[in-house]
Structures are given as structure tokens and as C-alpha cells.
Write a protein that binds this ligand. Structure first.
Ligand code: SF4
Length: 257
């Protein structure tokens, strides 16, 4: 049984052939040094926030990383409530959940979950500036899957759930974007998820039984191939062949939006 995360769903929806290259054929893709550096800083930020939530000391670690120290201090100033536990609330960093849909194991890990008797909020840290198109974030599978799984695995009504992204990257002030949820969005997510997973079943069957590769993005949309590491393999034009941008919220952090 394939375990699928939001990252898998984003790649599958954006380009099934890329999904095949990355996760079925395991071809991997070259790392962009800038993305790698940005990813390491993001990982350290996430680790510090988790340590802090667990009540572990972080001052010693922050002493050697001024940028990280300042970013956390700026977040504390902008959103002190994120650091304060309320009497009747449940909080957990790196909170994991999973759910089986269409024989696929879907997994999510929330950077922070804050739940009260009335509502539950998923918090996600992003260590890059806020993208200019909130609609794009709402449609990304990270938002959709995270809220969907929480609604399916808890007693909360969809209307009681929300997801807040905090964009934390100096020198900008921390900014947040909260996305609400409701029954209509939940049902739409369910339909889209079933469709996507059914497509995956079909592609896998054709690939294994008939050696038919997963579909490429149509040539009418092949600007999506411009910065893909597999462009040469797919015989698509490569204006910027050295770049590889995937389609998850985390991995597109450096794309100017
Ligand atoms: S080059 Fe285009 S078709 Fe090929 S994997 Fe990348 S995005 Fe998909």
C-alpha cells in the first residue's frame, strides 16, 4: 500500500509523469543548492519550535544562530498567543495523523495542532515570504489534505476547523494567512481525492501491466516543464534546465510569486 503525503498528491496532480519518475522509478532529482540551504534553515526553525513546544531549552542553540533567534523573537511579538497554552486546550507539535482512502494510506504531520472544545486549528510554519496568491495556497493539497484528514479523524464539524500558515523569514515581519473550512469544501476535497487516487490506480495498472508510462503534462501547458529536472528525459524544451521546482508548498518556497 502506497503511503501518500500532500507532496505526493501535488506532484501527481501537477504532472503524473513526474510522479512516476520520482516515486515509482525513484530517479530522484538534482538538488538546487539555494533550495537546500533554505530547506536547512527551515528545518532548524521547525526543530526549535518543536523543542520549545515540548518545554525544552533552546537558548543555547539559538546563541549560535542570530537569524533564527530573531525570527522566533519576531514571531513571539507578532503572535504571542501561539506560545501560550490555554487551560482547556490540547496542543501538540509535529502531530501526525493518517487515514485510509481507496486503499491508500494518507499521512499528514501538523507543525502544531491547537484544539479546544469549540475548534481546532492547524498551524504550519513557512520560512519564506507570504506568496501573493492566497487562492493558490487554498488549492494546494497541503491545505486540502490537512483539513480533510482532521475532519475525517476527529469529532469536529468542518466549520470548526481552520489552518493558519505563518510566514517567517527575516527581514520581513511575520505574516499569517488563515484558511477556514466548511462542509462544502470538505465534500469537494473528498471528490477530488477519490478522483486523483482512482487516476493513480489506473496509471499504475497500465504501467505495470502494459508498460505504459504515466501521462506527461499536455504540450499546451508545457511551460510547466521549463524548470523541471526531467525535461530532457521527457524531451521537452529546457529554457532553465538546471532548475527543478516541485509543486509542494515547501519546495516552491523560492519561486517568486
Ligand atoms: S518535463 Fe514536463 S512532462 Fe516531464 S516530468 Fe517534468 S513536468 Fe512532467
Amino acid at each position: 500500500m502506497l503511503r501518500l503525503s500532500q507532496g505526493h498528491l501535488n506532484v501527481l496532480e501537477t504532472c503524473p509523469r513526474k510522479f512516476q519518475h520520482l516515486y515509482i522509478d525513484r530517479l530522484g532529482s538534482p538538488n538546487d543548492p539555494k533550495l537546500q540551504e533554505s530547506g536547512e534553515w527551515g528545518n532548524r526553525f521547525h526543530l526549535m519550535m518543536q523543542q520549545q513546544e515540548l518545554g525544552l531549552p533552546i537558548e543555547g542553540l539559538l546563541r549560535e544562530d542570530t537569524a533564527l533567534k530573531e525570527a522566533i523573537a519576531a514571531l513571539k511579538t507578532a503572535a504571542p498567543h501561539l506560545f501560550e497554552s490555554q487551560p482547556d486546550s490540547f496542543r501538540e507539535a509535529e502531530h501526525g495523523r493518517s487515514l485510509i482512502v481507496c486503499d491508500r494510506w494518507l499521512t499528514v504531520i501538523y507543525d502544531l495542532l491547537i484544539a479546544t472544545p469549540q475548534s481546532a486549528q492547524i498551524i504550519d510554519w513557512k520560512t519564506y515570504p507570504q506568496p501573493k496568491q492566497p487562492k493558490w495556497i487554498e488549492q494546494n493539497w497541503q491545505t486540502r489534505l490537512y483539513l480533510y484528514v482532521l475532519a475525517e479523524t476527529s469529532d469536529y464539524e468542518p466549520e470548526q476547523l481552520s489552518m493558519t500558515y505563518w510566514f517567517v523569514r527575516l527581514p520581513d515581519e511575520p505574516q499569517s494567512l488563515t484558511l477556514t473550512y466548511n462542509r462544502q469544501k470538505h465534500e469537494q476535497n473528498h471528490r477530488d481525492l477519490i478522483n486523483l487516487l482512482s487516476q493513480l490506480d489506473r496509471y499504475l495498472e497500465q504501467y505495470r501491466n502494459d508498460n505504459l508510462p504515466f501521462p506527461q503534462v499536455p504540450t499546451t501547458q508545457q511551460d510547466r516543464c521549463d524548470r523541471c529536472a526531467f525535461a530532457a528525459l521527457c524531451q521537452r524544451p529546457t529554457p532553465q534546465p538546471e532548475r527543478d521546482w516541485s509543486s509542494t508548498l515547501d519546495e516552491v518556497s523560492e519561486i517568486p510569486l
